[in-house]
Design a protein around this ligand. Structure first.
Ligand SMILES: [Zn+2]
Length: 201
């Protein structure tokens, strides 16, 4: 770890990963970064059985791949949670996560998703609703959800020490300051994608 180059871009393993890929413990060979998806919001009672997004209901329990309503009073949707990498500019390590929102914001984001009318000027408070492996508990961290116009999920950027976020939480620091390629490999391995042997890490 100590010899990780300051920039991921100066790490020859990153270029090998992007070009020819690494054999993975899951049996596949991965070429380049791919997102890690959280299947369910924390507290969802049951399996990940998804209805279509368009069937959204605001009462009782509803779950689609992108939206969830629990007991008609807790609302969450799928968002992108990017983690910067040292020196790689806009390229990021990406999770898709669930984040809770208040009802008016949730309804507006659902409509924008269904109607494909996301607007980059729209943002709303959102609370991370997953514990991401490789960190101390992350559920409950507060952030802002920015709508995107690229056809993808809103971007969730976590706040600093406001809103009772622990200012020393590693995820807050890493989302902003970035991670090394060794940390990228470690975070992949937390979700069953261990490529460290192939990478010579
Ligand atoms: Zn894998």
């Amino acid at each position: 770890m100590a010899d990780s180059p300051a920039s991921v871009f100066d790490d020859p393993r990153f270029h090998a990963f992007s070009k020819t890929g690494f054999q993975c413990s899951c049996g596949e060979r991965h070429v380049g970064l791919f997102p890690l998806h959280m299947h369910l919001p924390k507290g969802w009672p049951g399996e990940a059985v998804y209805e279509p997004n368009s069937a959204i209901r605001m009462d009782g329990n509803f779950l689609s791949y992108d939206f969830s309503v629990l007991e008609g009073k807790y609302y969450a949707m799928r968002m992108r949670l990017p983690v910067a990498m040292h020196g790689v500019g806009p390229m990021v390590f990406m999770y898709t996560v669930w984040a809770g929102m208040n009802r008016p914001d949730f309804e507006a984001y659902v409509q924008a998703t269904l109607n494909k009318t996301m607007d980059k000027n729209v943002k709303a408070p959102a609370r991370l609703a997953n514990n991401i492996s490789g960190f101390k508990p992350t559920s409950g961290l507060m952030g802002t959800a920015f709508q995107q116009e690229d056809g993808g999920y809103p971007l969730l950027l976590l706040h600093g020490a406001q809103d009772a976020n622990d200012p020393n939480h590693q995820l807050l620091a890493e989302q902003r300051q970035g991670i090394s390629f060794d940390r990228v490999l470690e975070l992949f391995s937390e979700y069953g994608h261990d490529m460290r042997a192939a990478a010579g890490a």
